[in-house]
Design a protein around this ligand. Structure first.
Ligand code: SAH
Length: 246
């Protein structure tokens, strides 16, 4: 029986892979990877390493989580070193915990390897700090994706009245509703918002607007994309660096 490394692949830029993640990728007998993990990472694998794509889309899962769990488990029965490579960090909306529990229940050894999460790194590449002295003292990372039951919002909108920076993952297709909800709880309509598409890659694109304008400005951006809401967005004027180099 093998061991499974539940590994964060970072947000896109291959240079943001950790040394530990690179080490297990080089040792892997099989790599089970997501749509969001940069496929160039696979080039680092040894000859004969098997690759299994279990791609997930923003809006739908092309393989149900239960099946992914089973693929990982079956791989661990056959191989010594199994790498489960996931975009960003395995615990930030990455279902890494569920995969770990599935293995725990079947007596398979596992380790988690943290990755740089897109929630912080993508704004950083766009020149937006998630906290900034004198502007905001905290940030929240929230899913923009809601359950199919439209009558009941899982997102506790009332909690978002503070000046926290809010980073919405998986929210581009609901940007109009998100903006509307934030205005309903009292945020001004000129409150700053950024949408960053394909962050940390050469295709990175950032669109800046306000709660009132952003959905129209950003609606055609390609995914993956995340949304940053807060006064910190304005700091981009001074802190842009990455997109200028592209
Ligand atoms: N575990 C991942 C997040 C998984 S949820 C992490 O820690 O980064 C998937 C969401 O992450 C996407 O819908 C998008 O909102 C965001 N995301 C991931 N990579 C991104 C990128 N390169 N640019 C912009 N958003 C990204």
């Amino acid at each position: 029986m093998g061991k499974v490394y539940l590994t964060g692949a970072g947000p896109g830029d291959i240079d943001l892979l950790t040394i530990k993640a690179l080490r297990v990728v080089k040792e892997a007998d099989v790599i089970i990877y997501d749509r969001l993990a940069n496929p160039d990472i696979l080039k680092e694998a040894k000859d004969g390493c098997e690759f299994v794509y279990v791609g997930k889309e923003d809006k739908h899962h092309s393989l149900p989580q239960e099946e992914i769990n089973e693929v990982i488990y079956q791989s661990a029965l056959k191989h010594k070193t199994v790498v489960r490579l996931k975009g960003g960090d395995p615990f930030v909306f990455g279902r890494g915990g569920e995969e770990g529990i599935y293995l725990y229940e079947r007596d398979i050894k596992f380790e988690f390897i943290p990755g740089i999460t897109s929630a912080i790194a993508v704004p950083e590449y766009a020149g937006i700090p998630v906290t900034h002295r004198g502007v905001t003292v905290s940030f929240r990372v929230v899913t923009g994706h809601e359950s199919k039951n439209k009558d009941h919002s899982q997102i506790p909108w009332e909690n978002y009245k503070s000046d926290d920076t809010i980073i919405f993952l998986m929210g581009l297709h609901r940007l109009k509703i998100i903006s509307k909800k934030l205005m309903e709880i009292g945020k001004p309509k000129d409150y700053p918002v950024a949408v960053i598409s394909r962050g940390t890659t050469k295709y990175e694109k950032t669109v800046i607007g306000t709660l009132e304008t952003i959905w129209e400005l950003a609606k055609d951006l390609p995914t993956p994309a995340l949304i940053v809401v807060g006064e910190v967005v304005k700091l981009r004027e001074q802190l842009t660096w990455f997109e200028d180099k592209q």
